[in-house]
Design a protein around this ligand. Sequence first.
Ligand code: F0G
Length: 406
Amino acid sequence: MFHLQCIKCNATYPPEERIYTCPRCGGLLEVVLELDKIHVTKEEMDPRWMGVWKYREFMPVSEKARIITLTEGGTPLHRVDNLREEFGVKELYVKNEGANPSGSFKDRGMTVGVTKALELGARAVACASTGNTSASLASFAAVARLSCIVLLPTGKTAMGKLAQAILHGARVIAIEGNFDEALELVRRVCDEMNIYLLNSINPWRLEGQKSLGFEIVDQLEWEVPDRIIVPVGNCGNSSAIWKGLKEFYEYGFIDRLPRITGIQAEGAAPVVHAYREGLDEVVPVENPETVATAIRIGAPVSAPKTLRAVRESGGLMEAVSDEEILHAQKMLARREGIGVEPASASTIAGLKKLLESGEIDSDERIVCVATGHALKDPEIIIKSSEAPITCPADMERLKKVVAQVL
Ligand code: F0G
């Protein structure tokens, strides 16, 4: 019903093989579903709970698998008319992935990834992370009763994410280096010490994340948006959404495909550079830096998949500054009531920039994916906002302050 295939040399491997890249050429692996063996209709899926497992037939786990779930997915698709008016665009939505159990889209991947870890007989799981992957993996590993090790870049992980990883019982190792170095190390440690790797290089994890694409078209009553805008870090999510939508297209659930548009932070934009220069692989950025710590990545491992998704779909890649990101974070919060972390706000900043430059047409129907919750990184909000006004506990003084701010 499904197998692994290398996206570079097309070699195929059975699903039981515990591999993350192609043993023959080192290329990235992808799960290939035999769509002609899937038999399900929209009407059959309709009454099911919204979420990753609503699309169970498209999730490559065996019938007998013990599914580890925290009821992930099923997140709101907000119609954001205040922003739409301000930007002057035809139709605008925000897919709020902060509403997932651990507060980010990573939960979609982990429900499948940790289920697969159990199927493959793993006893321990690990990841390197800028924060959200570790928070998510820690919570799913807890339910599955697996030991969990997470490697985080010292001093560059937002507080909320670090707190979650600790709370759910992961062994947190702070690596004195950046995310790229931590990922390189965890890949080697997993190989040498028989630990199951759950970074997005793991093709099974991306199968869960493709449900984000499924859900968007499902929530739009099977109308396909013109464009989906996604923040790009390690390139898992953007490519997973594209893969899912292509499956729905080939299966016949949708009759066209959206353009995938990826946004990076200026200080960590290797995929944007590769896109502009027409390359298939990235030239790593040394010492990536951005306020959006979630996407502070210089050597994204799945970059060829995202470059393929953006090009095949006729999309775009754009970079935005930290200032634009923080401004967009406040716009979304103050016009629409949606609190997101900086990486997620990059999509709003990117949309604004691309509309202004005319690269995106105002006649489009657009979905921005907000990948993580504002509370993941409360420190940046406090740091970049006006301080609260202090006032003595005195009615007369309070009235003066209130009169001033009204
Ligand atoms: N947005 C948020 C909030 C993220 O946490 C990440 C990735 C991305 C966007 C980018 O997604 O890597 O699939 O391109 N965070 C990873 C982590 C790297 O470790 O939590 P991507």
